[in-house]
Design a binder for this molecule. Sequence first.
Ligand SMILES: [Zn+2]
Length: 398
Amino acid sequence: MDGHAGPGTVARAGAAMAGHPMPVTHAPRRPARADQLGFFDAGPPLPPADEMYRAVLERDTRYDGIFVVAVKTTGIFCRPSCPAKKPLRENVEFYATAKEALDLGYRPCRRCRPLERPGQTPEPIRALLEEVERDPTRRIGDAELRRRGLDPGFVRRWFKANHGMTFHAYQRALRVGSALAELARGAPITHAAYGSGFESLSGFHDALRRITGLPPSRSRAVRRVLLTRVLTPLGPMLLGATEKGVCLLEFTDRRMLETQLRRLARRLDCVFVPGTNEFGRRLEAELEAYFAGELRTFETPLDVSGTEFQLRVWDALRAIPYGETRTYADQARMIGQPDAVRAVARANGDNRIAIVIPCHRVIGKDGTLTGYGGGLWRKRYLLELERRHSGEAPARGA
Ligand SMILES: [Zn+2]
């Protein structure tokens, strides 16, 4: 993350393949939201007003949970992504939390319901997810959804928005993930297919080809990345883990999720399957501590791939202490190539493990923040968080 994306260019690209298996939302135990942290005495960190107003005009879901917009003429406040008609700039006020707007007498909008936690998985969906993850061979169709009092259209829209695919595709992705894991363990193809809930070998071949582009015989060696969605005070992130460690942590763009995943899978040369593992869970816990100001050094093993040059640049990033910053020129000197400033900046921009490989700690030589793939306001937030907590004795890490 980071690099050259200019100010305001939020979420860069990332990855992956259409129809691709995607992240699972694990409900409990997520990092606290900005409004629960309370470490910004000078008021919670809001993006610049121009950026917020643009987000409102564009109904940008990435800003949901980051601020609410209150309309002076109607006395109502909304999420940035509210579908209602957009207010004039001179009539709006921005607040970091719904609480502030409520305290000032604003009423919550009935259409976008700004009091509900954004990104939170609705209870009936959470139950569905748990069920299909526990047993990928389980198939839940529209009739079954209706029997449970769920509108299939709602379920489809929620999965498209949060996982970049329909619920049916999600279930298929889980079955493919399960079968790929079996194949990697050396199971015969028939065993892998039927054991993972496919009703025929041809159905398995089709699903597999759609996801990996490979026939089952060549799928044993494919690099599988377990992908999950993690909520942070800065919005949702995608967390990818292999059997060696965490290989991906990026801010997501809900509107672009499918495209983002397709590009990312190509870049990482992998197949995404929904799920997580010990490394994913460990990093999730570390992120929670990091955002609470209690962790300075991430210890979750990483599975980093890149050129020899990129690896050196990223090692240099990890050598920048918590709470400090360096310039691109400093970083180029750190790797012994003082003339490679631009190449260093480019390699920082190719970093796929945001926050853990702290490309946010590199700034311009005049002290300006310069670019950050996740958006400059996120970079500002991370630096401010670290600055505030760098003077204290760390609870853990060092
Ligand atoms: Zn609204």
